[in-house]
Design a protein around this ligand. Structure first.
Ligand SMILES: *Cc1c(COP(=O)(O)O)cnc(C)c1O
Length: 466
């Protein structure tokens, strides 16, 4: 018998986890350093201190297996939206014809945060450390606006100024996110802008320049170097962001224990890799330690941007403008311009180095799906569970449905856990295009990947120099 009173598993505010899980000391092969693009050698910490809040830089390279979450920060999580709920997807299970207790689907609901995604988990932590360092402003770039909204919310909680350079085409096409950021007192500029030298180059040539994430990053970094009271902020990829997101997996573990469940499969969508890692890292550590040896951990990518599934593991620039550090990761090449799929948060050419290393060592695996089947899965979820997923999140939903149906066909018992990274209330155009038959699939041909990776702009790093 299914127990409906166990279908929404809540924790009390005082159960906000006390620590983040740092996977660095447990990685099966060692973490690679961030490399300085100026000399091709590992970037010295002083460089990073000029760009990021101090504590974040220390966390980036820490070898402590756990890092305490400061109590003040736990209080802020507790007073705003954490712990987030864990749901048993009983409506979806019924629709898939798997009702009963043999195949169970659970999802961690990160859409529960005020800005509708997991992004505030790190935004609040970064704003907290910035405030502690006596900084006055954080600056960042945003594409679709999820990260910009998260950071605006986080900075506003601590009375820190937040400046966001938003890719102009999104600035014009997604006014909702811009208004949300301004509601939290953020200053939002369409990028390229006239406020930086990097932006001026483009905007003076073409006042309607659509912009790109690469240009927006250059503008944000240039802006951050203007004053010692300003720092730059990143929403994914780097170790300290993944660390902050492990609050998600820590909570999920306790919630599953409350109903006596153990995951067989863990699923998340991958853009830069932060929400997927946040959920899976605490379980991946158990897998490495042998206490959860058989858990299958799957990251999901769009077929239009399959960094891990089809990219090469090599050194590449983290950003398109080649100003930031060089990172060893799975990449499609920083010159690659992804097709305009609706899952804007998954259109990144690379992936977090931690995800790459876990993938190389077969702790995790990756799959990819097409945009149309993903949006169909998103609608199926909305109709059965009530929440319309972000197009990014719908990738995880699609893989979850596939896994559940596979288990049904094979008569297997299976518990599936996935990360519901955010809702899609600002992404209704994706669903509208599906309904009007205008949504298209994009597949990235292998020749294009080869071409981007053969570009003369790809960095050549000599590791024997380290
Ligand atoms: C930003 C975002 C993503 C992708 O970023 P990751 O760092 O890979 O998590 C996925 N889902 C939602 C809802 C997002 O806002």
């Amino acid at each position: 018998m299914v127990n409906y009173f166990n279908s929404r598993i809540l924790l009390q505010p005082n159960e906000v986890p006390k620590e983040w899980v740092n996977i660095l000391p447990d990685l099966p092969s060692p973490m690679t350093p961030l490399v300085n693009p100026m000399d091709g050698k590992p970037a010295p910490p002083e460089m990073a201190f000029a760009i990021f809040p101090k504590e974040c830089v220390l966390q980036e390279v820490s070898q402590e297996p756990t890092i305490p979450i400061p109590n003040e920060l736990r209080e802020i999580y507790a007073s705003t939206y954490r712990p987030s709920p864990l749901h048993r997807a009983l409506g979806l299970e019924k629709e898939l014809g798997i009702e009963g207790n043999d195949i169970k689907i659970f999802y961690k609901n990160e859409s529960y945060s005020p800005t509708g995604s997991h992004k505030p988990n790190t935004a609040i932590a970064q704003a907290y450390y910035a405030k502690k360092d006596g900084l006055e402003e954080l600056v960042t770039e945003t594409g679709a606006g999820q990260w910009g909204s998260g950071l605006s919310f986080g900075c506003n909680l601590f009375g820190i100024k937040c400046t966001v350079y938003m890719v102009r085409i999104s600035f014009n096409q997604k006014p909702g996110r811009k208004i949300l950021m301004r509601s939290y007192n953020a200053e939002v500029h369409a990028s390229p802008s006239r406020f930086t030298e990097s932006g001026k180059v483009f905007i003076e040539k073409d006042p309607e320049h659509p912009g790109s994430l690469g240009i927006a990053i250059s503008e944000a970094v240039e802006h951050s170097l203007r004053s010692d009271k300003i720092r730059y902020s990143l929403g994914s990829v780097v170790n300290f962001v993944l660390l902050h997101q492990t609050i998600v997996g820590q909570e999920a573990k306790v919630q599953l224990e409350k109903v006596g469940a153990k995951p067989d499969v863990i699923i998340g969508c991958m853009g830069g890799g932060s929400n997927f890692s946040g959920l899976m890292i605490p379980f991946a550590r158990d897998k490495i330690h042998g206490t959860l040896p058989d858990v299958e951990i799957i990251g999901v990518e769009p077929r239009a941007c399959p960094s891990v599934c089809k990219g090469e593991y090599r050194w590449d620039f983290g950003d398109t403008s080649m100003k930031g550090p060089i990172v060893k990761m799975h990449t499609l090449g920083h010159t690659f311009i992804p097709s305009p799929i609706h899952a804007g948060g998954l259109r990144y050419h690379g992936i977090a180095p931690i995800v790459s290393i876990l993938h190389n060592n077969k702790v995790i695996s990756s799959v990819m799906h097409h945009q149309i089947e993903v949006i169909e899965a998103g609608l199926q979820f909305a109709r059965t569970e009530g929440i319309l997923p972000a197009p990014e999140t719908a990738h995880a939903v699609k893989e979850t449905i596939d896994q559940a149906l596979k288990a049904k066909e094979n008569n297997e018992k299976k518990t599936i856990l996935f990360n519901f990274s955010g809702h899609g209330f600002f992404d209704l155009m994706a669903y509208k295009e599906y309904m009007t038959g205008d949504l298209k699939n994009y597949e990235l041909p292998n020749e294009e990947i080869k071409k981007a990776l053969a570009s003369s702009e790809m960095p050549q790093i000599d590791e024997s120099q380290f």
